[in-house]
Design a protein around this ligand. Structure first.
Ligand SMILES: O=C(O)CCC(=O)C(=O)O
Ligand SMILES: [Fe+2]
Length: 370
């Protein structure tokens, strides 16, 4: 397949976006190959075939959740699943199954409308109303994925993965973790969702009437790493029928953004110190929305891991810097023989003279600059 240059790629993306046909339109046009901007890099593609055939995420039966006898056991099951898998399905949750099926059918009906009727709703920018578009992160992602979205703010986000001519060259949804607190997901009977468990990709097989629940990055942070936000992906649909999922993201509001979030104090102790630093929602979102979905969890990307516990080593080489404090708990620094580093000690700036082979260790909230 010929390489695509950045200018050509941008033009093709724009043409696709402005055509408003979505991947459904491409599927219906009887194409035999997919546009190049859908083709994912080899490291993603080579991993697509590897999935476990035997493991499956826990299924938790919620019947009796309001009775004292069952409740404690269910709470334990949820805790265990959130700790070990970060993903589980719930059944007998009380939401009427016929209404769930009706929701799936309504989404199918929307996507199957003629282009003219549907394209009125196609909108790239987030906003009010019920926008429909192909790929939320179309211009930010390294490669586009084979799905269209119909989005409702404050309500479920139904997405639809059409069948595709070359399913081995792209994905339905790129491997990622969800940024928020919790995600609740409902899917039709067409498989495709997979969850990373240890080194394996595990199929999340549709359970009729079941909801799938997964832990997001935010919950991992406030639980101080106890609950796991795990990677998941959707394979490009090689079935003749569309895959439909309805995804509800529970995110944190920006309304009170002076407020700093971080690991809950009641979960911390000398044995379990905070492994993440505090941050505002704006800080948190800026990182997520500046990039497309990708396989690296936002927690890793965001440098909110403190300098111990979950070891995340960010190596930076820099020249000249203004006075600042480091966000983490501890910084380990190595310098060449040229002096310049100074540390604020009381009211004085003190030179940190290079000692050959020496490492400089700095604790939280000490100013430094040069
Ligand atoms: O469609 C699915 O099953 C998964 C969707 C998903 O992971 C997401 O939108 O974050
Ligand atoms: Fe997700």
């Amino acid at each position: 397949m010929a390489a695509i240059d950045a200018g050509g790629r941008k033009k093709e993306l724009k043409e696709f976006d402005e055509s408003k046909i979505g991947v459904k339109g491409l599927s219906d046009s009887s194409i035999t190959s997919i546009p190049r901007f859908f083709v994912h890099p080899p490291e993603i593609l080579s991993d697509l075939k590897s999935s476990s055939t035997c493991a499956s995420i826990p299924v938790i039966d919620l019947s009796g959740v309001n009775s004292a006898a069952h409740r404690q056991k269910i709470v334990e099951q949820v805790k265990e699943a959130a700790t070990t898998w970060g993903f589980f399905q719930v059944i007998n949750h009380g939401a009427p199954v016929p209404e769930l099926e009706e929701t799936i059918n309504a989404i199918k009906t929307f996507h199957e409308q003629p282009h003219k009727a549907k394209s009125k709703y196609y909108k790239r920018n987030e906003g009010q109303g019920v926008p429909y578009r192909s790929n939320n992160d179309l211009y930010r992602a390294n490669a586009a994925a084979w799905h269209d979205y119909l989005q409702v703010c404050m309500a479920p986000t139904p997405s639809k993965v059409e069948d595709i001519p070359e399913p081995d060259l792209t994905v339905g949804i790129t491997p990622h973790t969800d940024p928020g607190l919790l995600t609740v997901l409902m899917q039709n009977h067409v498989p495709g969702l997979q969850v990373k468990h240890g080194d394996e990709w595990v199929n999340v097989n549709p359970v009729p009437g079941g909801f799938i629940i997964n832990v997001g990055d935010f919950l991992q942070i406030i639980s101080n790493g106890e609950y796991k936000s795990v990677q998941h992906r959707v394979l490009a649909n090689s079935y003749k029928e569309e895959r439909i999922s309805v995804v509800m993201f529970f995110n944190v509001s920006k309304a009170n953004d002076d407020c700093c979030y971080g690991p809950l104090p009641e979960l911390l102790s000398p044995e379990k110190p905070a492994i993440y630093r505090n941050f505002t929602v704006t800080e948190f979102e800026e990182n997520f929305y500046s990039k497309g979905l990708d396989s690296k969890s936002m927690i890793e990307k965001r440098d909110i891991i403190n300098g111990y516990g979950l070891a995340s080593v960010h190596v930076q080489a820099r020249v000249g810097i203004t006075p600042h404090t480091d966000p983490g708990m501890l910084t380990v620094l190595m310098q060449n023989h040229v002096p310049g580093l100074q540390v604020k000690h009381g009211d004085e700036w003190v030179n940190v003279n290079p000692v050959p082979g020496g490492l400089i260790i700095k604790f939280w909230r000490l100013s430094s600059g040069n």
